[in-house]
Design a protein around this ligand. Structure first.
Ligand code: HAM
Length: 438
């Protein structure tokens, strides 16, 4: 007896996005591209594989990402490589490597793509996940922070998102943060015995991370720790005030959260997150901030930066929950043909429609009219073209509107134009079949 062949499954924490889901992913990407273009951002594509040192130096050697979550391996020539856990470091590396700073001015860049972190998988948290991100390089002006946040709000609004909150903070700069950290360490010494084991460790290794602790019992103690906002230098304080004033002027609602520190070491001054009440435990929809020293950390010239990354997996989940956007059915027309004489004309018409940008499907075998209409309904097409022997003889094909049930003869040369004229009009909501026409 032959042994049953074992199935090979996808790797834990990775997912296949099937055709039923990718329509929404594309819709989110299209909307992001439109909004980014309106704000004069241009796309950058960097490799998924980078030298490990890039992330160690930028994200930070004491962070969870670098110590526990990176997919790092030694290449065949002994080079240490890592599947990128985030893309800000890569964008800044590319900016330096290609001397983009020589062009002067500011660079507004955006990217889409997979990132890799070996975290414990759960709803909204994966080991391969996707980000939609944007970075502005070349200026530390607070208007950039406000403008990028305004752009984000427009994108979320366009996607019909509900129940989200913008949380912002300032984490100071290389001048004021060490002083604050000294005070925080000192305060932690006094109370650390009351905190969880992780916090006791972080009190030494990375005290800022204590502020990010989610353990319920620790919260009253952490609430009483010194706030970084009370320890900013005058320049950082003024920068933060300018950002919040500009946000108010632009009508962007926000909440100041002095405990918002984020899990990457490169941040300076403004940090922010947008959380969604629709997401559950992993409620950070996106995060970002300013990183004015990152270029120098990577061996480049001074090039202050500001940016964000949206977790696309989480964004898609939230868009689904908000039910704020409608998806157009993927196919426009079904071409139904009856009788061998109609086969050739149906194939030619299908080809013509496709060449005109009208998405069309037909059958390669004869199908009875009733079954064809059923098939067209299943495909959720707005129109069906019906071609039988009479239609072939007259050159006038039947065009049926599946939504209204209306049917009329249209000259075969005019079909593409007639269908296009109706497109974008009253297509039914995503997921719901068009009303039965028969
Ligand atoms: P981050 O906060 O590490 O920031 O990630 C940004 C977003 O990616 C998170 O808010 C979350 O939505 C999503 N994300 C992170 N990890 C996972 C995961 N395991 N599964 C699903 N989604 C996840 C950054 O990556 C920075 N590079 C953002 C930035 C850009 N800062 C300045 N410029």
């Amino acid at each position: 007896m032959s042994k049953k062949t074992e199935l090979i499954q996808s790797v834990k924490g990775t997912r296949d996005l099937l055709p039923g889901e990718t329509g929404l992913w594309q819709r989110v990407e299209d909307e992001a591209r439109r909004v980014f273009a309106a704000y004069n951002f241009r796309e950058i594509r960097t490799p998924i594989l980078e030298q490990t040192a890039l992330f160690a130096r930028s994200v930070g050697t004491d962070t969870d990402i670098v110590t526990k979550e990176m997919y790092t391996f030694e290449d065949r020539d002994s080079e240490a490589l890592t599947l990128r856990p985030e893309a800000t470091a890569s964008v800044v590396r590319a900016y330096i490597e290609h001397g983009l700073y020589n062009e002067g001015g500011i660079h507004k860049l955006y990217y889409f793509g997979p990132m890799f972190r070996r975290e414990r998988p759960q709803k909204g948290r994966y080991r391969q996940f996707y980000q939609i991100g944007a970075e502005v390089l070349g200026s530390d002006h607070p208007t950039i922070d406000a403008e990028v946040l305004e752009m984000l709000m427009l994108l979320l609004e366009r996607l019909g998102l509900k129940e989200f909150k913008l949380l912002i903070n300032s984490v100071g700069c290389a001048k004021c943060r060490p002083e604050y950290l000294k005070k925080l360490r000192h305060a932690l010494e006094e109370v650390k015995a009351q905190l969880c084991a992780d916090c006791q460790r972080r009190a030494h290794t990375n005290p800022l991370r204590v502020l990010d602790c989610k353990i319920e019992a620790d919260q009253p103690v952490i609430e009483r720790l010194p706030h970084i906002l009370d320890h900013l230098c005058p320049e950082c304080r003024q920068h933060f005030e300018c950002v919040t004033t500009e946000l108010e002027e632009r009508g962007v609602a926000f909440e100041i959260v002095p405990r918002l520190v984020r899990g990457l070491d490169y941040y300076t001054r403004t940090t922010f997150e947008i959380t969604s009440g629709l997401l559950g435990a992993q409620n950070a929809l996106l995060g970002g901030g300013r990183y004015d020293g990152l270029s120098e950390m990577l061996g480049g010239p001074p090039a202050p930066g500001f940016g964000f990354a949206i977790g696309q997996d989480r964004l898609v989940l939230t868009v689904e929950e908000s039910a704020g956007i409608e998806l157009k059915p993927p196919l426009d027309v079904y071409v139904a043909w009856m009788g061998e004489a109609a086969r050739g004309p149906a194939m030619r018409l299908t080809r013509e429609l496709r060449r005109e940008g009208v998405s069309a499907e037909t059958s390669f075998q004869q199908v009875k009219l009733k079954k064809s209409v059923g098939l067209a309904n299943k495909l959720r097409v707005r129109h069906t073209v019906i071609i039988g022997e009479d239609e072939v003889a007259s050159g006038q094909y039947q065009l049926k509107d599946m939504e209204t049930g209306e049917q009329k003869a249209v000259d075969k040369g005019q079909l593409a134009a007639a269908i296009k004229a109706k497109q974008g009009g009253t297509a039914g909501p995503a997921g719901e079949p068009s009303p039965q026409a028969e």
